[in-house]
Design a protein around this ligand. Structure first.
Ligand SMILES: *Cc1c(COP(=O)(O)O)cnc(C)c1O
Length: 427
């Protein structure tokens, strides 16, 4: 499309969209264009009844028997097997448990153990300065404890930083601020050539872009259940470890659910084989149940072309939004932080603006167009207006309408209304 697409063009694209039926699986509030599935995915329609059943029947009636009869005990493995299909892992290699922050601690600690055994002279963890803060905080804390140092670099300086003294490279595959995507396979190969282990955070990749953990050579991965996998607020996260590494070390949160025989109740710890040792203690069954529904809604795409088809649509949606911003919002002070090149971006578009980014997002939310704001650092990293395009339930006309609302917000100046400057605790 060379001309700026019209609403009619977009409605036609929706009619022709082979993935259109997937949207019916979700409870989207009327009058809302939801562009924040990269932060909290929407509610799958099956969740209320399924969770209600887990509460009233499995818990209320069957009580403790449900650990066996309802399969509560191995729900983390069963959900993990579904996640494995989304990220290019094998059944039995992924477990759904705990939070992304906690899982990152486990795998980073395990990676440092392996690095220490294989390359005792190595002293550093390298990451990206604009990585998600919790990832950096966990790495910083672990470095302090283990006597390593954390080196933070800009994306363009990453390869140069991969020197022989680096033990672990910890990266988020798709950057939460800009939506820029790393080439997991290429970077992992460069890291391995220097004897560096790689830890990948898939928070903005799992369910958003094709991920091939097995083919990429990656060593460890973690990711989030409540973003593109639609598991609900605080849904358990997941962890994957390359099978050759899983049994080499205990992860440090060696709780009873990671024990080889938890119900033997022995006083000493014997780690389970495989990914099960990456569990710690009792898991949140109601949240896991909701996440299981989210994955079923996601896996329904498999018969419609799966992740490849979702990726194609995602690129079309993000490309359309960027095109509309370039043509229709020219002169309103926006920059586009997300790479124009398809291979370099995830499933979100981030706009920059030197002032007013927060208020503009709030003005859009008041109109029912939900994106979010991420503060910059006043320097190299500007304030960001973030728009996530989840191909499972966002359509082309939604994208057009969102851009139209943004035009109206800017042309009318309504974003300058004092009520939109009021900062909430969660932005
Ligand atoms: C969303 C996100 C997290 C969230 O971590 P929690 O432990 O669930 O709070 C972590 N890392 C990245 C890169 C994220 O995008």
């Amino acid at each position: 499309m060379n001309l700026t697409p019209t609403l009619q063009d977009c409605e036609l694209l929706d009619l022709q969209d082979p993935l259109r039926s997937l949207r019916q699986q979700f409870d989207l509030p009327p009058g809302v264009i939801y562009l924040d599935g990269n932060s909290l995915g929407v509610l799958p329609k099956t969740v209320p009844a399924r969770v209600a059943h887990a509460v009233t029947h499995e818990w209320g009636t069957d009580l403790i028997k449900s650990w066996n009869s309802a399969g509560w005990f191995n729900l983390p493995q069963r959900v993990g097997d579904k996640i494995a299909r989304v990220i290019g892992a094998q059944p039995g290699e992924v477990i759904a448990a705990d939070s992304t922050s906690i899982n990152l601690f486990k795998v980073l600690a395990a990676a440092l153990h392996i690095a220490k055994a294989d390359h005792p002279h190595k002293t550093k963890i390298v990451s990206e300065r604009s990585n998600f803060p919790t990832d950096l905080y966990i790495a910083e804390a672990l470095c302090k404890e283990r006597g390593y140092s954390l080196q933070l670099v800009e994306a363009e300086d990453l390869v140069a930083a991969l020197q022989a003294d680096v033990a672990v490279l910890m990266l988020t595959h798709v950057n939460y601020r800009t939506g820029a995507m790393h080439n997991m396979q290429a970077i992992t190969a460069i890291a391995h050539a220097q004897g560096i282990l790689t830890v990948w955070d898939l928070a903005h990749s799992a369910g958003a872009v094709p991920v091939d953990l097995k083919g990429s050579g990656a060593d460890f991965a973690v990711g989030c259940g409540y973003k593109y996998l639609n598991g609900g607020p605080g849904a358990p996260a997941f962890v994957w470890v390359r099978p050759q590494h899983t049994d080499r070390f205990w992860q440090p949160l060696a709780g009873w659910w990671g024990h080889a025989a938890p119900f033997a109740f022995t006083p000493d710890y014997q780690p389970a084989q495989g990914i099960t040792r990456y569990q710690c203690g009792t898991q949140p069954i109601l949240s896991l149940t909701a996440l299981d529904c989210g994955l079923d809604a996601f896996l329904a795409a498999e018969v419609l072309g799966g992740m490849a088809a979702l990726r194609q649509k995602s690129l079309a949606l993000t490309g359309l939004f960027m095109q509309l911003v370039r043509t229709r919002l020219h002169g309103h002070g926006f920059g586009i932080a997300t790479p124009a090149e398809e291979a370099l971006r995830g499933s979100q578009v981030s706009l920059t603006r030197t002032e007013g980014a927060y208020a503009i997002v709030q003005a859009l939310i008041a109109r029912g167009v939900i994106g979010d704001f991420r503060a910059g650092d006043g320097g190299q990293h500007p304030d960001i207006l973030r728009f996530g395009f989840t191909p499972l339930y966002v359509g082309y006309a939604d994208v057009w309408q969102a851009a139209e609302h943004l035009c109206q917000v800017m042309q009318s100046g309504e974003w300058q209304d004092a009520r939109f400057a009021q900062k909430n605790a969660v932005t």
